[in-house]
Design a protein around this ligand. Structure first.
Ligand code: XMP
Length: 512
């Protein structure tokens, strides 16, 4: 059984994932479970401490989220954060005041009683408050260990029972030494000594995969993106030739992409990659189609058709590998409850019934940056690991109107120049995504002494943290000028380049 050092019970705060992130940055292995997880299920993880997260509701609301009271009798330390603090206050017999006034922002923390929780923390350190309800009467056995101008109970403790609570959010960056408090809780109060390292995790995963797979075969679809590449490399390391890695070339890839994926897997990693050349099938089905949603549907169906045809050629496939990451898992299992669990097929868009394989999702405990670290350990080149995201429907949703070979070739050339210039200027790593869009708009130009009537390319470069929102990148004008000049000079058929200055929302990152 895998040992989890710290369990976080999630009451729905937007910051819950950050608690796990901070802990892992401190090399403490931490998992998030929904708030209603029973004490027995928590015990099965063998944790050394429990954190009750923040959450949007009030402990006095009719359907307030409650915690299995046995959690407090497990004999391990508990730390409540914000809602978690109010939960503890009420569960131990204190009271909470409902308040319409929201305390939001930075506060100075005055430590009034020494506690291991604040070891090495500066008195007067800045913390981040975001709450409306607050503890009014302390439960018996608890005392304040820190105060702030507006909170007489900014942090409280029952040192005998090893139950601690904070009104502020130590997990956000605005709480300058919050990471230290979380580390103190885990290391000094809970006694966690293990150091969670990617190398160990990798070895452990390899063992788990071998045990689970036995002598079965695992089918893995590769897109050339980071997540599926890491999954394939990991599985190959674990089970070698029992892996059936399938890369479908749909003809909608960027310049040199197929060759790059093949080189990394076949030559560098010696993985027997199966490339399915499905270019004719995809482009044939897309011919004459210009509606964006129809394009996406055709591509999704054709992908499954090709994947299925390849899978049928291999006997003994029992598993399907997917690059599901931890944020997807939390999104589906958290406070929304079991009914919304598992959107596991979202990466492959719904497979036919006969392909009812068991899922293997070896990245489901990792955040994106951890996946990147794992990829590097597995020997994937950093050029692949640090790539921008690329949508499944590929260049088809970056060509306005119908998709055909000449337009795809034109767009590939323009796109390659853009990426080349961004990499040379250092902007590639500073931006979330960068690509060219073929607008299906022709305009008049003049080249030499001749009038031209050619295509327009739009350059889209955005900054984002997770792609949910984005702003257009403020690139230097001389860089934009170089990109434009090179595209117009080097790509025959393009005489105008425009820059997309819209943010998301209200625009989206992709054009279709
Ligand atoms: P939008 O255009 O919705 O894109 O702002 C947000 C992010 O999602 C990517 N994207 C996709 N990725 N399949 C994918 O795997 C898709 O169908 C798809 N559509 C958009 C997009 O590139 C951006 O990073």
């Amino acid at each position: 059984m895998k040992h989890v050092s710290i369990v976080v019970l999630d009451f729905g705060s937007q910051y819950t994932q950050l608690i796990a992130r901070r802990m892992r940055e401190e090399k403490i292995y931490c998992e998030i479970l929904p708030y209603y997880t029973k004490a027995d299920a928590i015990k099965a993880k063998n944790p050394q401490g429990i954190i009750l997260s923040g959450g949007p509701s009030s402990v006095y609301s009719k359907d307030a989220y409650e915690v299995d009271q046995e959690v407090y009798n497990m004999g391990i330390p508990v730390l409540g954060i914000c809602y978690g603090m109010q939960r503890i206050a009420v569960d131990f017999g204190g009271s909470v005041i409902r308040s319409d006034h929201h305390e939001y922002g930075k506060a100075e923390l005055e430590i009034v009683k020494p506690s291991l929780l604040f070891d090495d923390v500066d008195n007067g350190t800045t913390v981040w408050m975001s709450h409306s309800d607050r503890v009014d009467e302390l439960p018996e056995g608890f005392e304040p260990i820190a105060i702030s101008a507006n909170s007489p109970y900014a942090a409280i403790a029952n040192e005998d029972k090893k139950v601690y609570a904070m009104q502020f959010h130590p997990e956000v960056n605005h709480s300058v030494e919050g990471y230290l408090m979380l580390r103190n809780f885990a290391r000094k109060i809970c006694g966690v000594t293990e150091k969670w390292e990617m190398g160990h995790f990798l070895k452990e995963q390899i063992k788990i995969i071998r045990e689970k797979v036995g002598d079965g075969k695992v089918l893995c679809g590769l897109s050339g993106g980071v997540d599926s590449s890491v999954v394939a490399a990991l599985l190959y390391e674990a089970i070698g030739d029992q892996l059936v890695p399938v890369f479908v070339d749909n003809g909608l890839l960027r310049k040199g992409e197929r060759e790059q994926v093949e080189e990394v897997f076949k030559i560098n990693l010696k993985v027997p990659l199966i490339t399915v050349d499905a270019v004719d099938n995809f482009l044939g089905k897309l011919a004459g189609v210009s509606d964006p949603e129809t394009k996406r549907k055709i591509i999704g169906h054709t992908f499954i058709e090709e994947f299925e045809a390849e899978a049928k050629k291999h006997e003994g496939i029992k598993f399907l590998a997917q690059g599901t990451l931890y944020p997807d898992v939390i999104e589906s299992i958290s406070v929304k409850g079991p009914s919304e669990v598992i959107k596991s097929h979202h990466n492959v868009g719904g497979l036919p019934d006969w392909m009812d394989f068991e899922l293997i999702e070896p990245l489901r405990e990792l955040f994106k940056d951890e996946v990147r670290k794992m990829g590097l350990e597995l020997g994937l080149p950093s050029s692949m690991i640090n790539r921008h995201p690329f949508p499944g429907p590929g260049l088809a949703i970056r060509i306005m109107g119908d998709v055909n070979r000449p337009d795809l070739d034109l767009l590939r050339e323009a796109d390659a120049i853009l990426l080349d210039e961004l990499k040379a200027s250092g902007y590639y790593t500073r931006t979330w995504q960068a690509f060219a869009v073929l607008l299906n708009v022709k305009s008049v130009g003049v080249m030499g002494d001749n009038r031209t009537y050619d295509n327009t390319v739009c350059v889209r470069v955005v900054e984002a943290v997770d792609g949910m929102t984005a702003t257009f990148a403020h690139l230097p004008h001389d860089l934009l000028e170089r990109i434009s000049r090179r595209i117009i000079n080097e790509v025959d058929g393009i005489n105008r380049v425009v820059y997309d200055i819209s943010s998301k929302p209200p625009a989206t990152i992709e054009w279709e």
